[in-house]
Design a protein around this ligand. Structure first.
Ligand code: MG
Length: 197
């Protein structure tokens, strides 16, 4: 799939966990000393105007607004939402299992339009017009530059890969019928979604 604003098909979808101290605190988690990396499948991508269908086996799907960076000669950015089945993730964490079931469902990697990367950038997410998350990439524990260096050195980063860089505080569940709107810098990248059962 080639996303709006990009010239290459999407490669690997990398995601960073707990990259903002306030979010680690709200989940009762430790602040990491090196980036926490997990993956999402290509089948989890959802674009602007899409419908997020909540999985039947989860009782709590949270929004996590994030800066998404597309790797390449010139870096591009988009607003994204890392949807997370929090109840499944908590159960998997307790059992020491991977997070694929909690993070990889259809629609769980939502991305808006891509535009050239500018830092710092401001992130915002609202549900039915009420702001739930507002944050700045200034508060990242590991900067975009550090994340790129870490991913490339450890795994190998390719042009077209996407990086979900972590969420600021304010994550909360979504419900059927709600409208989720997320943006970077007041609209340089924008994402509008509807939640359905
Ligand atoms: Mg996240």
């Amino acid at each position: 799939m080639i996303l709006p604003g990009l010239s290459r098909p999407v490669g690997t979808i990398w995601c960073i966990g707990r990259n903002y101290a306030e979010h680690a605190k709200e989940l009762g988690s430790e602040v990491p000393s090196s980036p926490i990396v997990f993956l999402k499948p290509a089948s989890s991508l959802l674009l602007d105007g899409g419908v997020l269908r909540l999985p039947a086996d989860s009782r709590r799907v949270d929004h996590e607004v994030e800066l998404v960076v597309a790797a390449g000669l010139s870096l591009m950015m988009a607003v994204g939402v890392d949807f997370t089945a929090r109840d499944l993730q908590e159960a998997d964490k307790k059992k020491g299992l991977p997070w694929t079931s909690a993070k990889g469902r259809p629609g769980f990697a939502a991305v808006g339009n891509f535009t050239p990367l500018t830092l710092p950038s401001e992130l915002e997410l609202s549900v039915d017009g009420v702001v739930r998350q507002r944050g700045s990439t200034k508060d990242m524990i590991f900067s975009v530059e550090k994340l790129i260096e870490h991913l490339d050195r450890t795994y190998g980063l390719s042009e077209g890969d996407l990086i979900f860089t972590g969420t600021p505080a304010g994550v909360a569940p979504v419900a059927p019928g709600e409208r989720v709107e997320a943006s970077i810098n007041g609209g340089e990248s924008r994402l509008r979604l509807t939640v359905a059962a």
